[in-house]
Design a protein around this ligand. Structure first.
Ligand code: AMP
Length: 403
């Protein structure tokens, strides 16, 4: 299938050309005709598959055709970063079309609230919002939402994980009953099915191989004791010419600590986590995107949805909490058919978690040899660690810390 066959309006085709999109990705091939046909969708698709354009393209096309001047589409997302990123995708795809959009999210100053209020009153065509901030506006009564025709819930599983279930229901209570609803989620736990049953009407289902990281990612892992992780990381980073490296760790404390350690070692690095002000987060992401910053250290919140092209190397400093998150993290590399490398550090306690990741992706990830001078290597043996408390392990001291 080509974009041409989808018979998009010329302004949208120009946008596609300018973005360099030549042919629709599998999720776009499946979803776009259904959305153009005004049917509800429940789609299981991970970031990196082209899911954003899968819902934006048909919606933008319809807005060009109806020439509506009011709010047509509401996209609800879990994080500010995702809101900004979708807004940027609209700006790109609809560059030649008379379609307006605004991203609405908390954490910035009063003047942006006023700007949002204006857009919501006068009707930007596409609103991309995090739940809390949108409710603040809806409660004030000026949001002109009566002509809404599309509701899109993006990364619905993450929104429920973050406790937004009541907020989503509250938002939906403000919307016209007759509308088209599209639900996108990386995973399909029962609570997503429940949400879908409540919000969708006779939906078509789409499933894009969620359990496989994008093809083209080279995956590998090191077995490490905790005290070997930092020396191993600095060794891996040393001399790397890769322009963009993304490191994930399990908590914001660890992310801050890693940033400090890597700064001390003179790497071009910054961290992003929820303790930072929105302006700082946006600036860090901008620098990383523009390749002014080589290394970004991030918490889980970054692992889904953030669309930064051509990340050459992803390092999981800790094994992600659930297996699906691994796929999402690894999905930061090898975007849209390029290649990339994803390396995971596995400590004794995380071996079982990693085993379940391997089960989910359907193959064993190659274990690389730890450089000898970092001390004795841990052997991969998930079964041996079932139920044993971490402190019982006899952890060797890495040799290079001896004086
Ligand atoms: P997403 O899964 O929506 O985060 O998209 C992943 C990446 O693929 C983004 O950088 C998009 O700009 C890019 N992309 C989306 N659709 C296409 C397409 N049809 N051709 C080439 N790149 C695309």
């Amino acid at each position: 299938m080509t974009f041409h066959e989808l018979q998009f309006e010329p302004e949208l085709m120009e946008g596609l050309d300018a973005m360099g999109f030549e042919k629709p990705t599998p999720i776009q091939q499946q979803a776009i005709p259904i959305i153009l046909n005004n049917k509800d969708i429940i789609a299981c698709a991970q970031t990196g598959t082209g899911k954003t354009a899968a819902f934006l393209l048909p919606v933008i096309n319809k807005i060009i055709q109806t020439k509506t001047q009011s709010i047509d589409t509401l996209i609800i997302v879990p994080t500010r970063e995702l809101a900004i990123q979708i807004d940027e995708a609209v700006q790109g795809l609809a560059y030649f079309a008379p379609v307006s959009a605004i991203a609405i999210f908390g954490g910035n100053d009063g003047s942006s609230f006023e700007q949002e209020k204006k857009a919501l009153t006068h009707g930007a065509n596409i609103i991309i919002a995090t739940p809390g901030r949108l409710i603040a506006h809806l409660n004030m009564g000026y949001v002109n939402i009566g002509n809404l025709t599309h509701l899109i819930l993006d990364e619905a599983d993450r929104m429920l994980d973050m406790g937004f279930s009541d907020d989503i229901n509250r938002i939906i209570s403000f919307l016209p009953k007759k509308r088209q609803t599209l639900l996108f989620s990386a995973t399909m736990p029962p609570k997503i099915r429940t949400l879908a049953a409540k919000t969708l009407t006779d939906p078509e289902q789409i499933n894009i191989s969620v359990s496989k990281p994008a093809e083209g990612v080279m995956q590998a892992a090191y077995m490490t004791y905790n005290e070997q992780k930092l020396p191993l990381l600095t060794e891996l980073l040393n001399g790397k010419k890769i322009a963009s490296i993304l490191i994930f760790s399990s908590s914001k404390e660890k992310v801050k600590q890693l940033e400090r350690e890597l700064l001390r070692a003179k790497f071009n690095v910054a961290a992003i986590h929820s303790d930072l002000l929105q302006d700082v987060r946006t600036e860090v992401l901008r620098k990383f995107k523009n390749k002014l910053l080589q290394i970004l250290v991030a918490t889980d919140i970054m692992s889904r949805g953030i669309d930064i092209d051509s990340i050459g190397l992803v390092i999981n400093y800790d094994v992600p909490r659930d297996a699906e998150d691994y796929i999402h993290r690894v999905g930061r590399t090898a975007r849209a058919e390029t290649t990339g490398v994803a390396i995971t550090f596995i400590n004794p306690e995380d071996q079982r978690k990693f085993k379940s990741i391997e089960k989910l992706i359907g193959n064993e990830v190659k274990k690389l040899d730890l450089p000898g001078h970092l001390g004795p290597a841990l052997h991969y043996n998930p079964a041996a660690y079932v139920g044993r408390p971490a402190k019982k392990f006899n952890k060797p001291r890495p040799q290079n810390t001896r004086r």
